[in-house]
Design a protein around this ligand. Structure first.
Ligand SMILES: NC(=O)c1ccc[n+]([C@@H]2O[C@H](COP(=O)([O-])OP(=O)(O)OC[C@H]3O[C@@H](n4cnc5c(N)ncnc54)[C@H](OP(=O)(O)O)[C@@H]3O)[C@@H](O)[C@H]2O)c1
Length: 331
């Protein structure tokens, strides 16, 4: 039986123990499609999942990695055949089902997206869950009526995966972009990606019910108490697409932005997007949302350096997208 290398988290009396192990497909969670993984990536959730006492993974042993791209090597699923190029993000992958930090993955075919024309397997993982979430956010704002003529869009957490991908997508669509970032070393890169104005993090929480309006909408992977401040500055009928909690999970706001300005707060969930919407968004990511500076955002790391890459992701100076090359040979 063919063996392959996987990065496995095991819970022992000493705590959470990550280690490379040699496995066979029979060791993986069940599924009807087996994929030779070419690339995975490190997302915020992967960073959390690999830490002791995390609340992401409930059962061990588990292979983390919430996304991957690769080639089908065996399929019992009607939509997929050997040789198909595919990508996967979300569902239970890397959380309650073995994930992408493995040279081979076995998953449900219902979770797989055919690689769209116009994207390589590597590009699919430069985008990864973070870029897909950014695309869902841009899509949500446009479904709410955003167009470039209506004024600037605020992007929070601008140096992070979701934020920087959102900036590139908005720039490609012709929007004026205000990037909010606490990463002072990243100002020139944010400008290069397409930010028109860079402001510091929105940290202050004020007592005023509303402020002068500044943005037609906002993409917010940061959340926390300051989300209430963002809502107070959004144009009438604008929207905030909130996807994350990088600064906290709770906020304390009033109803006034909603009832006096018709502002909408739109939740973005990348994990359980229905497959038809998922395929549509990935199609857009290969066409009108394909980020312009994609390859300048990537830090490609070979699979055997995954633990070091996870440590690097935790650094405050981290930016862009860490792509894990499962073949070990850089392209
Ligand atoms: N809803 C979903 O399906 C979904 C999917 C993907 C990600 N997410 C969530 O989205 C969030 C961001 O993910 P990511 O992949 O972009 O992570 P990331 O690459 O680590 O970026 C997060 C960014 O948030 C900013 N930030 C961090 N701590 C902050 C704080 N205390 N106050 C204000 N800003 C802070 C930083 O940007 P600056 O230094 O530039 O300010 C940081 O780069 C996470 O909470 C993640 O779980 C959700």
């Amino acid at each position: 039986m063919t063996t392959f290398k996987s990065f496995v988290l095991t819970e022992t009396e000493e705590g959470l123990t990550p280690a490379y192990q040699t496995l066979t497909t029979e060791d993986l969670s069940e599924g009807d499609v087996i994929v030779r993984v070419h690339y995975s990536s490190i997302n915020y959730k992967d960073m959390l999942a690999t830490q002791p006492h995390n609340k992401i993974i409930r059962q061990y042993p588990r292979i983390p990695g919430i996304d991957f791209s690769g080639t089908v090597i065996d399929s019992q699923h009607p939509r997929f055949q050997k040789g198909d190029q595919v990508l996967a993000t979300g569902y239970d992958i890397g959380v309650a089902h073995d994930g992408g930090f493995s040279e081979v993955a076995r998953v449900k075919g219902d979770w797989l997206v055919p690689l769209p024309d116009g994207l390589t397997l590597e590009e699919a993982m430069i985008i990864g869950t973070a870029g897909y979430t950014a695309a869902l956010s841009v899509n949500a704002l446009e479904q709410n009526g955003s167009t470039p003529e209506k004024g600037p869009i605020l992007v929070r957490g601008a140096s992070g995966g979701v934020g920087s991908m959102a900036i590139m997508m908005l720039q490609r669509r012709g929007y004026e972009i205000v990037a909010s970032s606490g990463n002072k070393t990243y100002v020139d890169t944010l400008k290069m990606l397409g930010a028109d104005q860079i402001i510091s993090r929105i940290d202050d929480v004020t007592l005023k019910a509303l402020h002068k309006t500044e943005w037609q909408g906002a993409i917010d992977p940061v959340g926390g108490a300051s989300l209430a401040e963002v809502l107070k500055r959004v144009h009438p009928s604008g929207a905030v697409a909130v996807s994350g909690n990088a600064s906290g999970a709770t906020f304390d706001g009033s109803v006034f932005p909603f009832i006096l300005r018709g502002v909408r707060l739109i939740g973005i969930d990348s994990v359980y997007t229905p497959m038809s919407d998922r395929q549509e968004i990935w199609h857009r990511l290969s066409t009108d949302l394909k980020p312009n500076h994609l390859h300048e955002m990537k830090h490609v790391v070979p699979f055997d350096k995954l633990p070091e890459a996870i440590e690097a992701f935790k650094e405050p100076t981290h930016h862009g997208r860490i792509v894990i090359d499962m073949s070990g040979s850089h392209k």
